[in-house]
Design a protein around this ligand. Structure first.
Ligand SMILES: NC(=O)c1ccc[n+]([C@@H]2O[C@H](COP(=O)([O-])OP(=O)(O)OC[C@H]3O[C@@H](n4cnc5c(N)ncnc54)[C@H](OP(=O)(O)O)[C@@H]3O)[C@@H](O)[C@H]2O)c1
Length: 275
């Protein structure tokens, strides 16, 4: 039996036994400072229990401040940060992240992208977990071949691959292989960094279910089995993006969204890597 199973609509149990909330707030491109503190605090006030940041985003301090200002207990919130692979040592870098965040450990630490190959940083990621700096470890922007390479050298396998994933980037072959390897897919840019919100098919389906385009895209990601991490700096949108657990898209609506795929159902994580 696969360990990566849904316990309910809102939570996924990862292959290492840790539970991840299936909705998180992404904070890429939110500057360190009040806008990031507010977004994190609002999300937690509105019921989010998962924040996705990264060393490269430069806003870990504000994430920590938002967490403390929200008053939500630390152990109720799932925090992800990402190793910036232009640095050398995942352990040294997570120790800095923990200081900036003001927490004793994070819940998930992932390699941000496979720069200079998928395997060299993995022993350091495993060490970070052994030291108790993170509860789970994973990867991001890893294609099928990258996953296979890292698993071949791993003592403990990645439990997550965070990739660009939406109806327009429906990486069906990567999703299938991840399922087989017991690796959860986290859907980043689930709204296409805003670009997919104006699509006519998405708008039509939104009208059919009396929801918004953002809610339709996020619901598609949930029904495809992924964790979704939309970003917004607006309180009302953060609330809107969380209201995705009380409706269902039909098989026919899902199929119309699937047909928007421009990735060719690829096993690749990204069409144009930036590293
Ligand atoms: N691992 C990686 O390499 C990687 C790469 C990219 C992203 N990510 C993660 O994934 C997260 C989400 O991806 P993303 O930041 O690219 O973008 P996204 O969540 O796909 O879309 C965010 C954009 O949509 C707008 N928006 C959000 N909710 C909306 C709503 N309900 N109605 C209308 N507009 C809405 C936001 O504007 P406002 O903010 O103005 O509301 C923003 O411009 C990131 O923040 C990051 O945590 C990871």
């Amino acid at each position: 039996m696969s360990l990566t199973q849904q316990t309910d609509d809102r939570t996924l149990v990862l292959a290492d036994g840790n539970a991840i909330p299936r909705l998180g707030l992404g904070v890429w491109q939110i500057p360190d400072g009040p806008s990031c503190v507010d977004a994190v605090r609002w999300a937690l006030e509105l019921g989010y229990r998962h924040i996705d940041t990264a060393q490269a985003y430069g806003n870990e301090e504000s994430v920590g401040r938002g967490l403390r200002e929200s008053g939500v207990p630390r152990d109720e919130v799932f925090i992800t940060t990402k190793f910036f692979p232009r640095r050398k040592d995942p352990v040294a870098q997570i120790e800095r992240s923990l200081q900036r965040l003001g927490v004793e450990r994070v819940d998930l630490y992932i390699i941000h992208w496979p720069q200079d190959g998928p395997t060299w940083a993995w022993p350091g990621m495993e060490r970070a977990r052994e030291l108790g700096h993170t509860r789970s470890i994973g990867v991001s922007n890893f294609s099928r071949s990258d996953l296979e390479e890292v698993i071949a050298v791993a003592t403990s396998r990645p439990v997550v691959d965070q990739v660009q994933f939406s109806p327009f980037e429906y990486r069906r072959a990567l999703l299938d292989v991840a399922k087989r390897l017991d690796i959860a897919i986290e859907a980043y840019s689930p709204l296409g960094t805003g670009r997919h919100l104006g699509n006519a098919t998405v708008a039509n389906i939104a009208a059919e279910v009396a929801r918004t385009p953002a809610q339709v895209l996020l619901r598609w990601g949930l029904q495809r089995g992924t964790v979704v991490i939309p970003k917004s700096t607006h309180r009302e949108r953060i609330a809107e993006n969380a209201a995705v657990f009380d409706f269902t898209l039909t098989v026919e609506q899902m199929a119309r969204l699937d047909a928007l795929d421009r990735s060719g159902g690829t096993k690749r994580a990204l069409e144009r890597p930036w590293w």
